[in-house]
Design a protein around this ligand. Structure first.
Ligand code: PHE
Length: 434
């Protein structure tokens, strides 16, 4: 549940539907599904297995795969880069999650008639941005402070079912509104011409890696907390399934909602005829849609942004756990001190981003999610596929799955991880920087 909570986040409910909307609807969906199963799932397995074997963070785990000092050094460095990237991801994630919380509170403020407050909460301003980033970081710190069982596991298993229920209710409601069917058509009828464009494939790969929390050691650290009795290929399959399922479900909410908005007179196309996307979509089109719905709109808006805030929280705790686990395990720092110091440092980085918003925000997102995550994912594939001894890998899997050697998973996965995953990641990466 915790790993599924990490995977399901703004990437699924915000990132996936908005990218699908601007990249040919169902075409993006198909490419995303293919990449998620063929690339992201094998890479997720690599992290989970290595984490459980090492029972330690990525820095120690990667270095422990080999006796060769050079390989150990590169592994350790990749682990360190991973925890820096995880912290940087949290620094922008906390800003966006803060907006989700402020929109949620704004809906409550409007419902009770505090209209000035409601307006202030949705207006882009430094004070509001800082306040809500700090609030969100405070919540994340509080959960991580409580530890793995009482913090991460308890809150993930409470919040995830709540998220699913809210999402399903919202989808059902939006699909009953006028205009929704047109959105559904865009979502489900593929524009195959755009399916193979490099731009689409690159964003779908980035999306799949971000969505499954790969490359930065998050899943590795969760793997290190999994019991030895657990069947890892099945657990990883479930996490992938839930993650993809929620992203696809969120598409059934956001795309129809856009066309309901169009039906209600809200502009959803930019001047050049393309669909508005990303932040404009969630923070302009959807609120405008909720406004056109009259009294129910306030309630729907409240539910939607509440959903977003929960999804963000179960992911942000997994990001903060990466540097925290490293500091506890490798430097003997106590949990409460590690959490506080790292939490404050990351909030400071978020503050710097907010103070230089136009230059830094997009840059940090691109550097961390478009470049670092796939490249670090590549390193994990190489270490688990080539450097780690195959017998040791098999033994690790057999702990929770004694018959794994005769399964399809063991026949395909090791070779797939050694050859196919690194090759495709590199190919797509080279395309993206050309
Ligand atoms: N998977 C999360 C999402 O979809 C984001 C995330 C990335 C979480 C990296 C942890 C590490 O929003």
């Amino acid at each position: 549940m915790a790993a599924a909570g990490s995977a399901v986040g703004l990437g699924n409910i915000w990132g996936f539907p908005t990218q699908a909307a601007s990249n040919g609807g169902a075409a993006f969906l198909i490419v995303y599904l293919v990449l998620a199963f063929t690339l992201a799932y094998p890479a997720l397995m690599a992290e989970l297995i290595l984490g459980r074997h090492a029972h330690a963070n990525a820095v120690t785990a990667l270095a422990g795969t080999s006796r060769n000092p050079v390989a150990q050094w590169i592994g350790r460095s990749a682990g360190v880069v991973g925890f820096i990237v995880a912290s940087l991801i949290l620094s922008f994630y906390a800003i966006v999650a803060g907006w989700m919380m402020s929109h949620c509170l704004s809906a409550i403020a409007s419902l009770v008639g505090a209209n000035d407050l409601a307006r202030w909460l949705v207006e882009f301003g430094l004070a509001r941005n800082l306040l809500f980033m700090a609030l969100f970081m405070g919540l994340t710190v509080a959960i991580i402070h409580a530890g793995v069982r009482d913090g991460i596991e308890r809150w993930s298993s409470r919040l995830m079912p709540l998220l699913l229920i809210t999402l399903v209710l919202l989808v059902i409601y939006v699909l009953t509104l006028d205009g929704a069917m047109q959105g559904l058509r865009v979502y489900l009828m593929p524009d195959m011409a755009s399916a193979l464009s490099p731009k689409l494939v690159i964003s779908a790969l980035g999306s799949a890696f971000f969505s499954l929390s790969l490359g930065v050691g998050t899943m590795l650290i969760y793997g290190s907390y999994i019991s030895d009795k657990e069947n890892l290929p099945v657990a990883g399959g479930l996490v992938t399934g839930v993650d993809i399922g929620i992203a696809v479900l969120a598409g059934f909410l956001v795309l129809p909602a856009m066309y309901v908005a169009l039906n209600n007179g809200v502009d959803i196309f930019a001047a050049d005829g393309s669909l508005l996307s990303e932040d404009t979509l969630i923070f302009a089109v959807l609120p405008a849609l909720f406004e056109t719905m009259g009294a129910t709109g306030g309630l729907v808006s409240l539910c939607f942004f509440f959903l977003m805030s929960i999804a963000a929280l179960t992911s942000s705790i997994s990001m903060l756990e990466v540097p925290v686990a490293y500091t506890i395990e490798n430097h003997g720092v106590r949990r409460h001190r590690a959490v506080l110091v790292i939490g404050v440092l990351i909030a400071l980085v978020s503050t710097i981003i907010l103070l230089n918003f136009s230059t830094l925000f997009g840059l940090v997102i691109a550097v961390t999610t478009r470049y670092s995550q796939p490249l670090l994912g590549f390193v994990f594939c190489i270490y688990v596929g080539w450097i780690w001894h195959r017998d040791s890998l098999l033994q690790e899997l057999q702990r929770g799955a004694p018959n794994v050697e005769s399964t399809l998973f063991w026949t395909i996965w090791p070779w797939h991880l050694r050859l196919v995953c690194p090759a495709i990641i590199l190919l797509i990466f080279v395309q993206s920087i050309r």
